[in-house]
Write a new protein. Structure first.
Length: 395
């Protein structure tokens, strides 16, 4: 195994079965004149590392061969090469892309600050991308990534794993079929832990915003109040997060989104609500019932029907939503969740369509985050799409 470094002191739609993934990968490889896909992984130990299994996302995928891994950290690079089975190692991802010219690239760091540069470099090298979320730190960055992908004809998938989870797909089918009547409201809560407020919204809220759009379509407007130590947020309250995801603000967030057909969505991240709300996720309210999605790599779904008030109070019982055989199997761990993304992504490349967990969908989730700040700072309702594509707290 060779170690390619320039200078040690300088620098780096639905779940598809494995058989279908093999056929898809061979079909795409054939279309590009190769016998198999060639892949590479970009990470940065100590600066975002390799989030949520994005380093080993190609492992075990038929028809995909990992050529190389790039990581500026010597020790981290060696460990990543061992995990991925990469034949070669690089300290600089740009050098790797230029020499290897992989067809597929995983942009794996959890931290978002390098996603923009890494994505543009990989797209310029002709690669299709799978990326850790959030896709970028601002809508402006996301716009540039998507424009480059469109120009080069490449497909981008982003690790919003819950969108392809069997329980989520089944819930979507049931809600569309009228299980809870007309969908009226979606209420989302972040983890509301020590990151409550802006950091919770950017790290975990993007998952929830992606799901809100999956169920309700694009939002039309946003209104919000963001508090910092009990007072309304100002731009001067911006601070760096624990992870490099761009500036964040506020320790309490209460946001409202307007969707078509009168559907209202809310997002809250307030540490004082954590004990009362419990598990992070989304509650769906319809005209005839409710559903609750407990967010996780393997989301759990519960449903309830309204109970009448009486002198003894009101009792509503939440029961698990059974998962039919057509959605069963495939595993409940991170590797299985990532495999669903990869299989759909490879099929999207073959079919020349957008992946279910597309870069476009991921960009919309980041736009919803920025809309919350725009609305809170202006004290006014803001429409979508946002005219100002910059970060409201990075001025």
């Amino acid at each position: 195994m060779r170690d390619h470094t320039i200078d040690r002191r300088s620098f780096l739609g639905a779940s598809v079965a494995a058989g279908v993934a093999l056929a898809a990968s061979r079909a795409v490889a054939g279309a590009e004149g190769q016998q198999e896909f060639t892949a590479a992984v970009i990470g940065h130990t100590g600066q975002g590392d390799y989030g949520h299994g994005l380093d080993v996302i190609f492992n075990g995928v038929p028809g995909v061969r990992v050529l190389a891994v790039a990581d500026p950290d010597d020790a981290g690079r060696a460990k990543a090469a061992e995990r991925t089975g990469a034949a070669r190692r690089y300290g600089d991802y740009r050098q790797m892309l230029g020499k290897e010219k992989p067809q597929l690239v995983s942009i794996a760091p959890r931290w978002t600050d390098q996603h923009h540069a890494m994505a543009l470099a990989a797209l310029a090298a002709g690669a299709h991308l799978v990326m850790e979320k959030p896709i970028a730190t601002t809508p402006a960055e996301a716009d540039e990534i998507l424009a480059a992908a469109e120009k080069s004809g490449r497909k981008i998938a982003v690790a919003h794993q819950m969108r392809l989870a069997p329980g989520v797909l089944h819930l979507k089918k049931q809600i569309d079929g009228g299980m809870i009547g007309d969908l009226l409201q979606l209420d989302a809560w972040g983890k509301q832990d020590g990151r409550a407020g802006g950091e919770d919204m950017m790290v975990l809220g993007v998952h929830l915003f992606d799901l809100m759009r999956f169920f309700a379509g694009d939002p039309r407007w946003c209104a919000a109040r963001v508090l910092h130590q009990g007072r309304d947020l100002t731009a001067s309250d911006a601070r760096p997060a624990g992870e490099k995801i761009g500036p964040v603000g506020g320790d309490e967030i209460d946001a409202t989104f307007g969707f078509d057909r009168g559907v209202i969505g809310t997002f809250r991240s307030r540490g004082r609500l954590r004990e009362n709300v419990g598990h992070w996720g989304i509650e769906f309210t319809g005209s005839r019932g409710k559903a609750r999605l407990l967010a996780d790599i393997h989301p759990r779904v519960f449903v309830s029907t309204p109970a009448p008030w009486s002198d003894a109070g009101r009792t509503e019982q939440w029961k698990p939503l059974p998962l039919p055989a057509e959605y069963a199997g495939g595993g409940t761990d991170s590797a299985s969740a990532n495999r669903r993304i990869i299989d759909d992504w490879l099929d999207a490349i073959r079919q020349d369509r957008q992946p279910a967990c597309s870069g476009h969908a991921a960009a919309k989730a980041v736009e919803m985050v920025m809309a919350v700040y725009h609305a809170a700072l202006s004290g006014a309702r803001v429409p979508f799409p946002l005219k100002d594509r910059r970060h409201p707290l990075a001025r």
